[in-house]
Design a protein around this ligand. Sequence first.
Ligand SMILES: CC(C)(COP(=O)(O)OP(=O)(O)OC[C@H]1O[C@@H](n2cnc3c(N)ncnc32)[C@H](O)[C@@H]1OP(=O)(O)O)[C@@H](O)C(=O)NCCC(=O)NCCS
Ligand SMILES: CC(=O)OP(=O)(O)O
Length: 332
Amino acid sequence: MGFIDAIKERAKQNKMTIVLPETNDRRTLEAASKILAEGIADLVLVGNKEEIEKGADGLDISKATIVDPMKSDKLNAYIDLLVELRKNKGMTPEKAEELLTKDYLFYGVTMVKAGDADGMVAGACHATADVLRPSLQILKTAPGTKLVSAFFLMVVPNCEYGANGTFIFSDAGLNQNPNAEELAAIASSSAKSFELLVEEEPIVAMLSHSTKGSAKHADVDKVVEATKIAKELYPEIKIDGELQADAAIVPSVGASKAPESEIAGKANVLVFPDLDAGNIGYKLVQRLAKAEAYGPITQGIARPVNDLSRGCCADDIVGVIAITAVQAAATK
Ligand SMILES: CC(C)(COP(=O)(O)OP(=O)(O)OC[C@H]1O[C@@H](n2cnc3c(N)ncnc32)[C@H](O)[C@@H]1OP(=O)(O)O)[C@@H](O)C(=O)NCCC(=O)NCCS
Ligand SMILES: CC(=O)OP(=O)(O)O
């Protein structure tokens, strides 16, 4: 069974409730109809009932719960919750009502915070910052986590590298220029996410344009330092760096460029030095190698809220909803 089919089966066995706020997006409604037909999760669609039903013409979304913020009997409780959580940041009841009724992302995240949904998926028609900012502000980080980061679960067809072509690419969505400590934290979270979602041992490569001193630059020094920190803080993780991408995943290149490394040539978790590299890298593999790309999946938020690329298709949304359900079940 392939990666995403295995995730769907796991989601079906422990059904979670996922909220979808982008109900004006046809791909989201198509994904909703597939999720409900396959029994992968229970869904809450946020928006005006008539408009959603019109947008879903020809699709069966009858098993979804539709919540209209303007008519919701929870609105006052959510206003109070938002004010309580953000009063130090200037949140007033008026602002909270405006956010909750006009911005469905805020309504969805607040539902998750209140325990009325287990997770949220959005981003088909909102930029990543607009999806992640309310999530970070309202849900905050999981216990024991300081840094939230975001990865793509990549499934590359006909690929012998990684875990039969399955990889985590991290951080490909959130932290723009992580320092060495932050890169080490991203490596640790990504290893845990790989274990949870792929159910295989993570083998982590800290990527660079240099392999074991082949190039000299401050950017290389950052990755070397991050690798040192990660090895000290997380001795249980199989990790090495700095490695170029070919040395990280291709056994013959790893053996030639980094013969002492136990990781080189075997990596399945690729930690990129910054968001430029991670985001550009995932999109190239997705488009040129025709890989499935699920994400950006967040790690380290108290409850799962996951993002999408605006270039996604309905099946990508189905995959991210199933992944969100598995993350939610693991933390419930
Ligand atoms: C996600 C993002 C919007 C956060 O931006 P920001 O400017 O830090 O936002 P804010 O300052 O409003 O922060 C919001 C809250 O999140 C917290 N936060 C921000 N980044 C965080 C992180 N990585 N981990 C944990 N908390 C974080 C802040 O501490 C803040 O908390 P507070 O409001 O309670 O004090 C920003 O990192 C971003 O734009 N990233 C790039 C996204 C992107 O364009 N990706 C490319 C396409 S996938
Ligand atoms: C993940 C990502 O790059 O998102 P978008 O394509 O929407 O900018």
